[in-house]
Write a protein that binds this ligand. Structure first.
Ligand code: KG4
Ligand code: ZN
Length: 337
């Protein structure tokens, strides 16, 4: 069975084809970064308009790469949320229209569930149950995963998401949008010992996060020490975020008694974070799983795969209504307000 995946929740237009027997057949991503970089952040209306321009050419490209035609496709999975309303609407309308025209089913996919399942696209797949650290531009979640579709949120950010914190601190440091990667590159040149940023919420029990204070801290240090301190600030900020993740992940593993940890979402592309987590895994005898870099950030391979899993769970859309949600809690049904 072949599932077509469509992702348009934010500033990447992506299409992929996943074959239940043969694995991923094609995945193409077009990033709108150049459009939004001018404004220092994603402009929702421009994002939606650009998705409209790119979605069908990308679809044709993916079909050609997978060497198949519309008649080979069993179902169409699309991101129904969370994300930008206008952007989501483009993918949803496209998926529903094509499903209607081709006489097949459409499947609404939760963007964070798709991130969570991205490691299943790799050869080394996690076994259930496991703890997942989901770190993207819009969400920071610690989740207990007992099966496909069975999620219990253990903790989440009370304010900024981790990726958002990277982007905001990057902006303070005059780095281009999105700032996660440039900040990580700048951090490599910095002295990590010069400043010590706070580790928010680690002295409180529980598994929630808070990152908004770190940007204020970064702005204050920059004001006091000047532009020459930029790389050291980047290094100190990144070290603080990574420390918080490690502390909370250890706590979640202890609390659940599990020894398997999955990390996914855009921030999981961070090299220093991957290295520190791998080391923690070795030290604590915990298996760590994360997707390859291109499946950490937004892509449609994870949407097609999550759609396939939803298909097996009988999660097809029941009607032709186009339904998307900007906010949508992981584990809830799409129409559950
Ligand atoms: O998952 P994603 O592609 O989109 C959302 O669902 O939000 O995550 C994007 C976020 C952005 O905030 C970006 O700055 C961050 O992931 N990011 C990184 C790195 N690469 C992307 N953050 C830290 N280090 C990186 N190497
Ligand atoms: Zn994402």
């Amino acid at each position: 069975m072949k599932i077509l995946g469509i992702e348009t929740s934010c500033d990447e237009t992506a299409v992929a084809i996943y074959d239940s027997e043969e694995g991923l057949k094609a995945h193409v991503v077009y990033s709108q970064i150049d459009i939004h970089a001018l404004y220092g952040g994603v402009v929702p209306e421009l994002a939606a308009r650009d998705h409209i321009r790119k979605i069908l050419p990308l679809l044709q490209e993916a079909l050609a790469k997978a060497e198949c035609t519309s008649s080979d496709i069993t179902a169409i999975a699309y991101t129904a949320g969370p994300g930008l309303m206008g952007a989501l609407m483009v993918g949803a309308a496209c998926a529903k229209s094509l499903a209607f025209a081709w006489g097949i089913q459409a499947i609404s996919v939760h963007h964070m569930e798709a991130h969570l399942l991205a490691p299943f696209l790799e050869d080394k797949k996690p076994a259930f149950p496991f703890v997942a650290l989901l770190v993207s531009g819009g969400h920071t979640l610690l989740v207990l995963v007992t099966d496909f579709g069975k999620y219990e949120i253990l903790g989440q950010s009370l304010d900024d998401a981790a990726g958002e914190a990277f982007d905001k601190v990057a902006k303070i440091l005059d780095l281009p949008y999105p700032g996660g990667r440039p900040l990580a590159e700048l951090a490599e040149k910095g002295d990590v010992k010069r400043f010590r940023f706070p580790r928010p919420m680690v002295n409180r029990s529980g598994l929630d996060f808070s990152f908004s204070g770190l940007k204020t801290y970064a702005a204050n240090v920059l004001r006091e020490y000047g532009q020459d301190a930029r790389a050291d600030i980047a290094a100190a900020f990144q070290a603080a975020v990574i420390d918080v993740f490690l502390i909370k992940c250890k706590r979640a593993l202890l609390q659940t008694g599990l020894a398997r940890l999955v990390m996914a979402g855009g921030v999981s592309a961070n090299k220093a974070l991957r290295e520190r987590l791998a080391k923690m895994g070795k030290d604590l005898n915990v298996e760590i799983y994360y997707p390859r870099l291109e499946f950490c950030t937004d892509n449609a391979a994870m949407i097609a795969y999550a759609g396939y899993r939803r298909f097996l769970m009988d999660g097809m859309d029941q009607d032709l209504k186009i339904m998307v949600r900007s906010r949508w809690e992981l584990g809830q049904a799409i129409n559950n307000e």
